[in-house]
Ligand binder design. Structure first.
Ligand SMILES: [Mg+2]
Length: 318
C-alpha cells in the first residue's frame, strides 16, 4: 500500500476541530501519552474530558502487561481521570488471557505457566485458569535441583511478559516449558516493545526484551498479543463496536502504536496520531519522514502529530 509520508502537524484550533469531527472513537496508548511512570502528562485529563463533552468514545490500549485492568482502574482514579470503566481497558495481560481462552481455546481451569508480573496472573485467574510460575518464591533464588524445574505435564500454554524479577531461575524454568514435548506448548508473548520512557528521562527495558530473550533461548516464535497485532485491534473494535473508519489511534511509539493504526486501516487510512510526549522525539519523526518513502517504512509514518494530548486541550481553549 502506498501511504502518505507527510504527517499533518496539528497546530491550530481549526485542525483540532477537524479531528474532533472526523473521528468518533479514540484509542489511547498510556505510557508516554496519558502518563509517564506515575505522573500524569500535563493537560491529559483535560483532553479526555473534551472527548467526553463531545460524546466521543474511547479505550486505552497498552502493551504493558504488568498491571491488570483492576490495577489500571485504581491508577486512573489516583491520577485524577474520572469515569474510566474496566471495559475501556486493554492491557496486554488481558489480551493474553483472551488469546488463551478465545483463540487457543484452552479449557477454563487449565494450568498456564507465566513469566511476567502480577497482571498476567490476575487476568488469567479472573478468567478461571490456574497459574504457575510468575512470582512463586521458589523462583527467587538459584537452585538447579528444585522441583520447579520439572515440567508439569498439565500446563497448556506459556505466557511471557514484562517482569522486574527476571533472573536465572525464571529463565530456566520457563525454558523447560518452551522446549517441552518438541516445543509444542503454545507460547504467547505480551508485546514486542524494546523499551519504554521512564521517569527522569530514563529509557527502561520493556516486555519485548523479555519475550525475545526467551524466544531466542528456546529458538522458537511466539504469538504477539500486543500492538501492532491486527488481530488484537480487531478484537477491540468488535468488543467496543467501534467503526474502523471513524477511529483514531493515539500513541508515542512508531513500531507499535502508529503501525497498529496504519496496518489496521483505521480512519480509512488516516487513523494514527503521534504524540511527542513519550519515547519518540521530533528528530526521530523527521528522520523517518526523510527516509520512509520507498523504504518499506511507510507503515510507521503517522497521519498526524502533536506535542502531547495536553497540547490538544490547550489548542481548544485558544
Ligand atoms: Mg507508549
Amino acid at each position: 500500500m502506498t501511504r502518505k509520508t507527510n504527517p499533518l502537524y496539528i497546530s491550530t484550533k481549526d485542525a483540532l476541530q477537524h479531528i474532533i469531527h472526523r473521528y468518533d472513537n479514540f484509542l489511547f496508548d498510556c505510557d508516554g501519552v496519558v502518563w509517564l511512570g506515575e505522573t500524569l502528562i500535563p493537560g491529559a485529563a483535560d483532553f479526555i474530558q473534551l472527548l467526553v463533552d463531545n460524546n466521543k468514545k474511547f479505550a486505552f490500549v497498552t502493551n504493558n502487561s504488568s498491571n491488570s485492568r483492576n490495577t489500571y482502574l485504581r491508577k486512573f482514579a489516583k491520577l485524577g481521570i474520572p469515569n474510566i470503566t474496566k471495559d475501556m481497558l486493554y492491557p496486554t495481560c488481558y489480551s493474553a488471557a483472551l488469546e488463551v481462552r478465545d483463540q487457543l481455546k484452552i479449557p477454563i481451569g487449565s494450568k498456564i505457566w507465566i513469566l511476567g508480573d502480577h497482571g498476567i496472573e490476575e487476568e488469567l485467574q479472573e478468567m478461571g485458569y490456574v497459574t504457575l510460575g510468575c512470582n512463586d518464591p521458589k523462583l527467587n533464588y538459584l537452585d538447579i535441583d528444585s522441583s520447579i524445574l520439572e515440567v508439569d505435564p498439565e500446563v497448556k500454554a506459556i505466557v511471557v511478559g514484562s517482569t522486574k524479577e527476571f533472573n536465572y531461575m525464571r529463565i530456566s524454568s520457563t525454558l523447560q516449558y518452551l522446549l517441552h514435548n518438541n516445543k509444542s506448548i503454545p507460547f504467547v508473548g505480551c508485546n514486542i516493545d524494546r523499551t519504554y520512557p521512564g521517569p527522569h528521562g530514563l529509557i527502561l527495558p520493556a516486555g519485548g526484551s523479555v519475550v525475545n530473550y526467551m524466544a531466542y533461548t528456546a529458538d522458537r516464535d511466539f504469538i504477539n498479543v500486543g500492538k501492532p497485532s491486527t488481530q488484537f485491534l480487531n478484537i477491540i473494535l468488535e468488543d467496543k463496536q467501534f467503526d474502523r473508519g471513524r477511529t483514531l489511534m493515539i500513541g508515542d511509539t512508531l513500531y507499535t502504536d502508529i503501525k497498529f493504526g496504519n496496518d489496521g486501516n483505521l480512519g480509512e487510512g488516516r487513523g494514527s496520531l503521534l504524540v511527542l510526549s513519550g519515547g519518540t522525539k521530533s528528530n526521530d519523526l523527521q528522520n523517518l519522514i526523510d527516509s520512509a518513502s520507498g523504504s518499506g517504512q511507510e507503515d510507521l509514518v503517522p497521519s498526524y502529530f502533536v506535542e502531547s494530548i495536553g497540547h490538544l486541550a490547550q489548542l481548544m481553549k485558544s
